[in-house]
Write a protein that binds this ligand. Structure first.
Ligand SMILES: *Cc1c(COP(=O)(O)O)cnc(C)c1O
Length: 414
């Protein structure tokens, strides 16, 4: 298939907007991606013609909506190659998925002095739930260290693992540096030396590359719909069936029960519904189904190759800008963080905004990683399938102008 990137851009209505009289150059995709027309239309159509409560009613609309939701569960299972659709749980997003694991599996199976291994490059969503659990259950947290090139020092792993290691929770791709972690090899190593359970934070990986949970052999895989061109407020927690079967429920309420009485013990629904208390975010699920259909039409292998080429192109140009510091240089996809020497990331980001260029500045919800590089904030650009060389050229030209403006300002003041 020959893919025309202008056609892809046209699929995303928001990208034709002007910001400050400049065409929008949206480079904040690691925070959230924009939505194609097909996703927006699927939600409109659902509310206009098909909407009802799901998993409850006996009437036509409710049955129809329920069937659609359950079909999308199967579609998602196929998308990540899960063995069964029963292994797919609808959650609000990556954050809720990880908290669900900490509060169910974690609370039941972890004991004082057990240890959990995470890494120095995690998003706060994959640090804080474990810290909270560690404090409550007297667990020990261990960290795989970072190297200056932005990769993990995996040679340290054998020194961190022992019989008391119960969990490895690690990001597939760093949300700050774009580093792709060698997940498959890491999982293999962990399996050889311990019975630890493995959770992968796939919030970034899911939009940049093909994910196969059976090939990876992970126990949990979590991602958010809104970073995958889908709606916000919906995400997926994949869990291997053998673990799901022994995990207690987390939130209690409607849908997750079999029988409730005021005097006898409540019995719970089968998996996966046992973990989905309350009314589902059904329009979010419909939109997520449409988003997955959209990217499958383009193909994740194509997306990965395209973004790798765009990465090489962008890095070559960024390296030519004097006094630009790049953070993490190896094994990257989709994400680049940098600073202009002597200038605050916030100033750079605000000036880029004047040219219609949307980037992210700050600590990127990964303070430990950002402080590893001895700074408080970084500028981050991140790609999506609609990012083109023209977007990158516009960024580079604007950065050169901005550096000139900021240098002159500093000189005048001093
Ligand atoms: C965005 C992100 C999260 C959090 O996702 P939410 O959708 O905000 O729950 C977690 N981990 C990584 C690596 C992320 O990029």
């Amino acid at each position: 298939m020959i893919i025309n990137h202008q056609t892809i851009k046209n699929d995303f209505p928001i990208l034709s907007k002007k910001i400050n009289n400049y065409p929008l150059t949206y480079l904040d995709n690691a925070a959230s991606a924009q939505k194609p027309k097909s996703v927006i239309n699927s939600i409109v159509q659902y509310y206009q013609e098909e909407y009802s409560s799901t998993h409850r009613g006996i009437h036509y609309l409710s049955n129809y909506a329920t069937e659609r939701i359950e079909n999308i569960r199967s579609q998602i299972a196929k998308f990540i190659n899960a063995k069964s659709e029963k292994e797919i749980i609808f959650v609000k997003g990556t954050t809720e998925g990880i908290n669900l694991v900490a509060n169910t599996w974690g609370k039941k199976f972890l004991h004082p002095n057990d240890n959990i291994i995470i890494t120095e490059m995690e998003h706060h969503a994959n640090i804080v739930p474990w810290q909270m659990l560690a404090e409550e259950k007297k667990l020990i947290l261990r960290y795989i260290p970072l190297l200056p090139n932005g990769t993990l020092d995996v040679t340290k792993l054998p020194f961190l693992i022992n019989k008391k290691t119960k969990l490895l929770a690690i990001t597939h791709i760093s949300n700050v540096l774009g580093t792709m972690n060698p997940i498959k090899q890491l999982i293999k190593k962990v399996r050889e030396t311990s019975d630890a359970v493995i959770l992968i934070d796939g919030a970034q990986a899911i939009m940049h590359k093909k994910v196969d949970v059976q090939k990876l052999d992970c126990d949990f895989y979590v991602f958010s719909g809104h970073k995958l061109y889908g709606p916000s407020g919906i995400g997926i927690l994949y869990t291997k069936k053998k673990i799901l079967n022994i995990m207690p429920p987390w939130e209690g309420g409607g849908s997750m029960i079999k029988k409730v009485s005021l005097t006898k013990k409540t019995t719970f629904n089968n998996i996966p519904w046992k973990f989905e208390a309350g009314s589902l975010h059904s329009s979010g699920i419909i939109g997520l189904g449409a988003a997955i259909k959209y990217i499958q039409k383009i193909g994740l292998n194509y997306i990965e190759n395209y973004e790798k080429k765009l990465m090489r192109y962008t890095l070559t140009l960024l390296k030519k800008i004097p006094n630009l510091i790049l953070y993490g240089t190896d094994n990257k996809i989709g994400i680049i963080s940098f600073n202009l020497k002597k200038h605050h990331a916030y100033d750079v980001g605000s000036l880029l905004d004047q040219y219609g260029i949307a980037i992210r500045t700050g600590h990127h919800c990964a303070m430990p990683l950002v402080s590893y590089f001895k700074v408080q904030s970084m500028c981050r650009i991140s790609f999506a399938i609609y990012t083109t060389k023209e977007d990158i050229d516009r960024l580079i030209n604007s950065l050169i102008q901005i550096q000139y403006i900021l240098n002159n300002k500093k000189n005048k003041i001093s």
